[in-house]
Design a protein around this ligand. Structure first.
Ligand code: NI
Length: 192
């Protein structure tokens, strides 16, 4: 895997997400990349470069942030960095299979897609998932209770939807921590 290519992707998303503050920012993509690399270490059959690029670029055309079509931002970066059409299509198909809301219950076809989906979902769990939930809610005018609902609608379901063995292991403590958080939140907000 080419270190310069990965650095270029990191630099590209740093510029792309400048000013984003609702949990979908460059730091999120860097954490997804780190999670994905950790999982990929335990999946010897996977293409590391594809996993790395798909993880770093997975939100580059997120419809909540960008008004692009056909993975325009991801494709622009990949073309500028000499990645061929076949590999670019593969990376974009992975990116498009990762989103939770658009792929409810659907498992990505490739091993690389399974890894990146797990990596993205892990970043919606645990302490960082809690922080992101309320950062997003605050920016979009959602009351705290709306954030709590989001745990029940999405975040608490993720543990049982992990694709890889390592993803499942990494999800365990994050899931437990969210449960503890909710217990505390409920006890502090319940009026006797
Ligand atoms: Ni994401």
């Amino acid at each position: 895997m080419c270190d310069q290519l990965i650095q270029n992707a990191k630099d590209y998303i740093a510029v792309l997400f400048e000013g984003c503050s609702d949990g979908h920012d460059a730091e999120h993509s860097l954490r997804v990349y780190a999670n994905a690399m950790k999982i990929a270490e335990t999946e010897p059959g996977c293409n590391l470069e594809v996993v790395a690029l798909a993880a770093l670029l997975h939100d580059a055309d997120d419809h909540k942030l960008f008004d692009t079509k056909d993975n325009y931002n991801a494709r622009t970066f990949l073309a500028d960095n000499g990645i061929g059409g076949g590999k670019t299509d593969f990376i974009c198909s992975i990116i498009n299979s990762v989103s939770f809301s658009r792929n409810r219950g659907r498992v990505p076809a490739s091993l690389e897609g399974k890894i990146v989906q797990d990596a993205d979902r892990l970043d919606a769990m645990g302490a960082v998932g809690i922080a992101r939930t309320f950062a997003y809610g605050g920016k979009h005018g959602r009351p705290l209770e709306g954030g709590i609902e989001h745990f029940h609608e999405k975040l608490l379901l993720l543990r049982d939807e992990m694709n890889t063995e390592t993803g499942r292991k990494m999800a365990e403590s994050r899931h437990e921590f969210m449960g503890e958080f909710l217990e505390h939140f409920n006890s502090e907000t319940s009026v006797e």
